[in-house]
Design a protein around this ligand. Structure first.
Ligand SMILES: Nc1ncnc2c1ncn2[C@@H]1O[C@H](COP(=O)(O)OP(=O)(O)OP(=O)(O)O)[C@@H](O)[C@H]1O
Ligand SMILES: [Mg+2]
Length: 389
């Protein structure tokens, strides 16, 4: 290896015998390396921290801190862990060779040091050091790229969230105007306007779902909790799907609860949970099918269930349907407005309320979605007082 190639390497010779230091320093300097020297362990460690050496030539038997301890510290320190370490040991001192390698040393050389084989080992360790530095460089470049990609991803997410958010207000105006128009329009055009309004409010719900999913996933969505009458909420949600149900000749029936079903929750979030379950049930119902909605007080809380007479959901897909963008058997027709977000929203929203939601088979063979939500404390207190009587 020429002096030109070796110039960039920094070597550190550590030995408490100045004669040994002189000898190794001489060999190395003549071979063109830049060399620093230390006569004890602590000084060697301090020098290594100052300027990280490519290779440390370390005497084992030093007074005070011995070479093995210095080696262990160098390898434990993130700054110097990639520095190569060659132990300089007494001839035939096999236990120290083994111990040294176990302490993280990369090689050893026995005293008296023979110049040519010593320099060959130095070159070999410096080649390894060069490769390690290349690897480290590639690793940190990758980490940097990764960081940039993550930043880009976050930016992309923020941009799409902003876009989705900005669609919300104009759409609210469209839905509001169509609402008014629906009441004033003549009978011939009424179905057309109703269809427009239902579709526009469907898009509006999708947008709200998207925004809320992002909020719920990042823990940013604050629920505005209030006392909610679950029956009233369900009835409103049923009204919302009425048009879609009528056009598919589907009947939505509700079994009213025997008890008061009040819960503490965010009424607009919970209403959209019910909307989503009902929309799915209506969409998957056969023509002239019945969607059965029931509400009741259970020991674990308030249960809402929505059952249909559709094809149901095979057991192996019952968890998958709650995942983002999950859509089973994409319809033969190809294009569908569905985006596989409704149930993701439902699960996140129900869980944010401290509840659970799952799907099973309805008595009719269709799908039956069931959600359990904690009852409001007032209702629970009344229940337990009743039970104590
Ligand atoms: N009642 C049901 N019967 C049968 N399959 C259902 C039912 N509800 C949901 N699924 C299946 O689960 C998938 C996910 O439902 P989800 O409500 O999350 O999305 P989507 O209805 O496809 O779209 P959107 O985002 O508009 O709600 C549906 O695509 C459908 O395959
Ligand atoms: Mg849906």
């Amino acid at each position: 290896m020429s002096a030109e190639n070796t110039r960039q390497f920094d070597l550190l010779v550590v030995d408490d015998d100045p004669r040994n230091v002189k000898l190794l320093e001489g060999y190395l300097q003549n071979a063109g390396y830049r060399v620093r020297c230390a006569n004890d362990g602590p000084t060697a460690l301090a020098l290594a921290q100052e300027l990280v050496p490519d290779l440390v030539l370390l005497d084992v038997m030093m007074s005070g801190m011995n070479g093995l301890e210095v080696c262990r510290e160098l390898k434990a320190n993130p700054r110097t862990r990639l520095s190569q370490v060659m132990l300089v040991t007494a001839l035939g001192d096999e236990p120290h060779h083994i111990l040294g390698l176990d302490h993280g040393a990369d090689d050893y050389v026995a005293k008296p040091v023979r110049r040519n084989s010593f320099l060959a080992k130095v070159r070999s360790l410096l080649r390894v050091r060069g490769l390690l530095l290349e690897l480290e460089d590639a690793r940190s470049q990758l980490a940097e790229r990764n960081g940039e990609l993550e930043e880009l991803q976050a930016l992309k997410e923020t941009l799409s969230q902003t876009l989705v958010h900005d669609l919300k207000n104009p759409l609210t105006a469209v839905v509001g105007s169509l609402d008014l128009l629906e009441r004033r329009v003549d009978e011939v055009n009424q179905p057309l306007v109703s269809r427009c309004r239902t579709s526009a409010s469907r898009i509006q719900h999708m947008i709200m779902d998207l925004l809320d999913i992002a909020g719920l996933e990042h823990g940013r969505l604050t629920l505005h909790r209030e006392n909610v009458d679950a029956l009233e909420l369900l009835q409103k949600a049923i009204d919302d799907v009425e048009y879609a149900a009528q056009s598919r000749k589907v009947q939505v029936e509700i079994t009213p609860p025997e008890d008061d079903c009040s819960l503490e929750g965010d009424s607009s979030v919970l209403r959209r949970v019910m909307d989503n379950l009902l929309t799915n049930a209506v969409e998957h119902s056969p023509s002239e099918g019945v969607v059965t909605v029931s509400l009741g007080m259970r020991e674990e809380g308030i249960e809402v269930s929505v059952a249909d007479e559709g094809p149901g959901i095979p057991e192996e897909h019952r968890e998958q349907v709650f995942e983002k963008f999950a859509r089973l058997n994409l319809r033969e027709s190809g294009v569908s407005a569905n985006r596989g977000l409704g149930l993701t929203f439902c699960r996140l929203a129900v869980e944010a309320h401290g509840g659970v939601i799952w799907v099973e088979t309805a008595p009719s063979g269709g799908a039956m979605f069931r959600a359990l939500l904690p009852a409001s404390e007032a209702v629970e207190a009344a229940e337990s007082a009743e039970a104590a009587r």
